[in-house]
Design a protein around this ligand. Sequence first.
Ligand SMILES: Cc1ncc(COP(=O)(O)O)c(C=O)c1O
Length: 419
Amino acid sequence: MFSTNTKIKNNIYDLAIFSKIPAFPEKLHVGRPNIGGRENLLARINDMLDRKWLTNHGQFVQEFEKKIAEYIGVKHCIATCNGTIALELAIRALGLTGEVLVPSFTFIATAHALQWQEITPVFCDIDPKTHTIDPYRLQQMITPRTSGIIGVHVWGNPCNVEALTQIAEQNNLKLMFDAAHAFGCSYKKQMIGKFGEAEVFSFHATKFINAFEGGAIVTNNDDLAEKIRLMTNFGFAGLDNVIYIGTNGKMNEASAAMGLTSLESLDEFIEVNYRNYQCYQNELADIVGVSLFAYHKEEHSNYQYIILEINEALTGVNRDTLVKILEAENVIARRYFYPGCHRMEPYRSYFPHAGLLLPETEKLTQQVMLLPTGTSIDGESIVKICHMIHFIVKNANSINRALVKPLSSETEQKNTLSP
Ligand SMILES: Cc1ncc(COP(=O)(O)O)c(C=O)c1O
């Protein structure tokens, strides 16, 4: 399976956690940005400078919004400075109040966007197969204070949109989606962005399509779109005319220039991500206890995330140890969304027992790790990473034993200093 030059570890003491010689000379990160056509970006930046129009719904932002709306097949797109502000704007414009049901297995911004406006995020467990909010459990958590639901299409894997829509309709709740991961993905062959009252994308540097920092709200609701557009620009309806409370959520022209450039490479990014995903899939197929999250074959996916679930009972090595060993090799694997929003402040203090209702979230946050992918990693490096994972699992017992032996002070220091 592996070419001999990738067989770099013959002995457990060859592992960098012991030997201090990493497999990779430079760190391989999760979420290294896809850059796209540098020349096109620089031409746009020059154009922007020549025109001396840097922000305030300029030409590039308008073009970016149009392209996003067309790509998804939705009426309105409002570009924003980031995904978090986009969530806050959508939540506010929808008039959510009291309690809103959200998964805890998400990036903290989903919960913060509510709490920032003194709306209580009520954490609902996930379906372990899809990693998205479980509609069955969600139904049981609706109270008279519930005003809405925010589903999160984690990894670009769609929520059970149909079930959530039905629950929202039956209970007169507003439904929106955090689609931060899901640009270029589909649900039942329809592009994500069309569902609920509104959906929110992130175009942060680590995302599939990036605008350095950026976000967008997409909706088919004319009134909602108008309200959000006003709110994004302080509530200005025209010069000297503020008709609404608002904030500064505008995307700037340099970000839109990057966003447009990124969109031009969309097919290439998917191709590269898919190739990497297939490579991981082939190389990790026969490791018992290590499962690679599988994207729906029949849906569009951006394949932006390589997600492993580590079952310690089968591998003999736990997720955290695996992450630490890989980190020493300069493979900066990440624990997402560890430890879960409900275990972070202020939610941990507000709801100290939330975990009791979140068994699947608790389990998954102990098992999930992400591996590097995207345009900055090549197939050979992926094979090498997989070889190391094979090696670690095969030698789990002796590695565990060796790890509990006191390390030399130099090794200890190095491990403490790792980010
Ligand atoms: C699920 C999720 N929601 C919201 C956000 C916030 O987006 P941004 O970083 O653009 O503010 C992110 C990512 O960063 C995310 O992963």
